[in-house]
Design a protein around this ligand. Structure first.
Ligand code: ADP
Length: 477
């Protein structure tokens, strides 16, 4: 049994801005089910969605400030959550990274530096909690100073640092280093200095015992200039302690047999009912109701990472093909406008909803035949897993977690029943269009299509699987 302290800046359902919260809300539960003693630590933001009892357990003094530690649990679990309570820093409205007006917190470096200092006090058993972890599992740049500060302690616990997205690094001007009173010995190119800037993520990468990221392919990709954002050299130097563990997905929330948001639940044995969800989706999207036309879907943040520009480049040809397309997303305003314009010009082919709509996301996963995920990079990705569970065949670009979770429908995988999707390599519209045409050919071969759907629905994307791999890693260090 390991004692694990899981440090993060967000955890679902307490607070969520992105995928990190899903991992932090699920992995600790899965580790607790494997009989591990795990505690989550995160800041006590004002906007935290506290539904369980919260009580004071301790006060620690760091950097001439008092911080309280409050205790609660992750809802519907016995996983303890320690909240770092410092009202002058975290007691104001906004999200973990942005203030009420949507601007990055002016004192964001100080906020997370203080959080990291408190994590270090807990790690060193100096927070009056009479509990010392064997392993501190840190996540993303907001926790990067924890391994750095622990490096100057003696007899400190082991550290694992997980990168959820290399695009976010926590970079600040050199002056911030002294403004937030960091120990001078950390300022060097093998420490937290990055080209005369302070880099929080480098604290995690330089000083942790193990580095992980959220898929094996992304672990290789971040060692290349295209994906490493200048840290590829450091990451390839650290290759022997760097690995990828694919995220699990929430099997309860995304279960076609018990999904309350969809018209007609179905499972692997009642796959014929999936079409009822298709016709409902066509009707609600004001598309012609037609069981046999291939229906494509996409749900995404509309940002460059997601390769929406590739899809935009395909649309002129797609509107002349026998297919329909349902899109849900929000983000880049010019992309939103372009998509809406296509929907206006081709109302019988394309339906576009701009916004964030969880019920519609479920209806799209259940209703469409083919799901599009042409990402330029994708550390792990969730929708391609949801799609497979819903017997919806994903078209993905072969990158990061997409490459690791989809088995491309090629002659070999089709003959041995392992094909679960369609993938393409190059990030250009020609390659995407080719994949779309390939999907349509396969779709018209009903027997083969059903085989792919069944293989996809049988795949195991449970958190238990991933938690066992993390546990093996904790045991190794
Ligand atoms: P990322 O974390 O990079 O946005 P992921 O595929 O890992 O991408 O996770 C995205 C999650 O957000 C999925 O659960 C997806 O269904 C959901 N999502 C994204 N955009 C929307 C939207 N407009 N409406 C509803 N859900 C959305």
């Amino acid at each position: 049994m390991k004692k694990i302290l899981f440090a993060c800046s967000e955890a679902h359902p307490l607070i969520k801005t992105g995928g990190l919260a899903d991992v932090a809300g699920s992995l600790p539960r899965a580790l607790a089910k494997l009989s591990q003693e795990i505690r989550i630590v995160l800041p006590n933001y004002q906007s935290l969605n506290k539904t369980e009892d919260v009580h004071f357990i301790s006060t620690v003094r760091v950097d001439n400030q008092d911080a309280n530690i409050l205790e609660t649990v992750l809802p519907n679990s016995n996983v303890k959550v320690w909240l770092v309570d410092c009202p002058t820093l975290f007691g104001t409205p906004g999200n973990p990274y942005l203030d009420e007006s949507g601007n990055p917190w002016e004192n964001i470096a100080y906020r997370f530096a203080l959080f990291c200092r408190v994590v270090v006090e807990i790690a060193m058993n100096r927070a009056h909690l009479t509990w010392q972890p064997d392993v501190i599992h840190c996540n993303d740049w907001q926790t990067g100073l924890v391994p750095a500060l622990l490096s100057i302690e003696s007899n400190s616990p082991s550290t694992v640092f997980t990168i959820h997205n290399m695009a976010y690094q926590g970079m600040f001007p050199e002056s911030t280093f002294s403004d937030i009173h960091l120990p001078p010995q950390l300022w060097n190119p093998n420490g937290v200095e990055f080209h005369n800037m302070l880099s929080f993520i480098k604290g995690g990468l330089s000083y942790s015992n193990r580095i992980t990221t959220v898929s094996p392919t992304y672990a290789l990709e971040i060692q290349l200039p295209e994906f490493g954002y200048g840290l590829e050299g450091l990451l390839s130097h650290k290759y022997s302690i760097l690995s990828g563990i694919i995220n699990g997905m929430d099997l309860n929330q995304w279960n076609p047999a018990e999904d309350k948001s969809i018209s007609e639940p179905y499972d692997i044995n009642t796959l014929e009912k999936k079409v009822i969800n298709k016709t409902s989706l066509q009707a609600r999207s004001s598309l012609p109701v037609n069981k046999s036309v291939p229906l494509f879907g996409l749900i995404s943040r509309l940002v460059e990472q997601k390769g929406i520009d590739l899809l935009l480049d395909c649309l002129d040809e797609m509107v002349n093909m026998p297919l329909q397309l349902v899109l849900l997303g929000s983000g880049d305003k010019s992309v939103e406008q372009k998509l809406l314009e296509y929907a206006r010009l081709y109302p019988k082919k394309i339906s576009v909803t701009i916004g964030y709509d969880e019920a519609l996301a479920h209806q799209i996963e259940a209703g469409v035949d083919i799901f599009l995920m042409p990402s330029r990079f994708e550390p792990c990705g969730l929708n391609q897993m949801y799609s497979q569970r819903y017997g919806t065949i994903p078209i993905v670009r072969e990158t990061g977690g997409l490459a690791d979770t989809i088995e491309d429908a090629l002659p070999k995988s089709l003959s041995n029943n392992t094909a679960t999707g369609i993938s393409f390599k190059e990030a250009n519209y020609g390659a995407l269009l080719e994949a779309i045409k390939r999907a349509m050919l396969l779709y018209n071969d009903k027997k083969t299509w059903k085989k792919i759907q069944v293989s996809a629905m049988k795949k195991d994307f449970s958190w238990e699987n991933s938690a066992k791999q993390y546990l093996a890693l904790y045991e190794e260090i």
